[in-house]
Design a protein around this ligand. Sequence first.
Ligand code: ADP
Length: 447
Amino acid sequence: MFQKILIANRGEIALRVLRACKELGIQTVVVHSTADSDAMHVRLADESVCIGPPPSRESYLNIHQIVAACEITGADAVHPGYGFLSENAKFADILAAHNITFIGPSGDHIRIMGDKIEAKRTARRLGIPVVPGSDGAISDEKEAKRVAAEIGYPVIIKASAGGGGRGMKVAHTEADLEVALQTAKSEAGAAFGDDAVYIEKYLEKPRHIEVQVFGDGAGGGVHFGERDCSLQRRHQKVWEEANSPALNAEERSRIGGICAKAIADLGYSGAGTIEFLYENGEFYFIEMNTRLQVEHPVTEAITGIDLVHEQIRVASGGGLSVRQEDIKFNGHAIECRINAEDPRTFTPSPGTITHFHTPGGLGIRVDSGVYSGYKIPPYYDSLIGKLIVHGRNRVECMMRLRRALDEFVVDGIKTTLPLFRDLVGNPDIANGDYDIHWLEKYLAKGE
Ligand code: ADP
């Protein structure tokens, strides 16, 4: 087991990882920018190292500074959290070259899944169902038209290097295709420095369902069921549930089994998420994330298993603590992402939180790095906390969520809490009857 883990992240996820380390008796080091000197993860860690000024590229993305912090403090492993360097293959390789363990998969696996065209090819080879579309990058308009005619309109053009919902354009007819192709290409080039794009069938009413998988580092793989993340705004998840209201136990074990086998065949190590769109009873792979997800706590709530403990165990060579047959799904869980944003326009609302009071009681978990008097710096993403609620079934979970949202107080800044208070009372949400476009339509109506 590791002696000392360096946490290369900030906010709620830095704290989340820190808690797991403490439980396992592992010493913690956190790194932070000058803007985060007062952050909770800095206060609670055994050691902290300031690695640079506020902009991420000079601090949380600065590989040299982070490796230097490992060497100064004698950390033997790094947990990257999510975002920042968590899916940076070069970072994983550099750590390996310094004999520091990256708590995550190999650089090669990160590389394959980071390139969406390569990821889709790999998924297809591993027997995972994929969205119909081009085999590789689209070189010109002629090829785009040919593929689109083959799979049928509407189609979506996506950036191979894409992430965060950027560089995607939908074409409903052949007339839209040229513009969609050009805009997707230039957006991708500007955002990712790589303008390779591919085409796939645009699904009109899918749900976003993702499977949590784990490779044990020794050729084995398991799944921890699925999460439904269909409630999205601008392709960003807002509310997540486990299990999905749309799946039954048989479908869960079928898709879970396919994913677990794929992970084993790939020789993958650590936590991963295989993301699908789900429509008319069919799953279509869209991408795999090679890290812990923001929404992992809903899986922890229904399985009772700490996924960060498992990541640390696997990375240290100790394998998983559970076999597939030990993983049971118990009840229902929902997570709401609470952002420091206007609940209607979603404009960021940094500033000082004058009062912060979190709900409690049976089945409630709040993962947050903020506190009363905390000043939210304007440099990073606006997630200030996650409310995770567990109940014996979905109805109990929703009742508890409504009550928890009523108790939650965040004063001094705007947050997305009022949006969740609206959603929890909506009949479609109560029935679990929504697809990936539901939230955008609901917001557009301005209800
Ligand atoms: P990113 O890595 O940028 O998040 P994804 O491939 O994971 O991109 O897609 C993000 C979201 O975009 C999906 O959850 C879904 O809402 C939408 N999307 C992606 N591909 C399709 C598709 N083929 N049809 C319809 N919607 C899609």
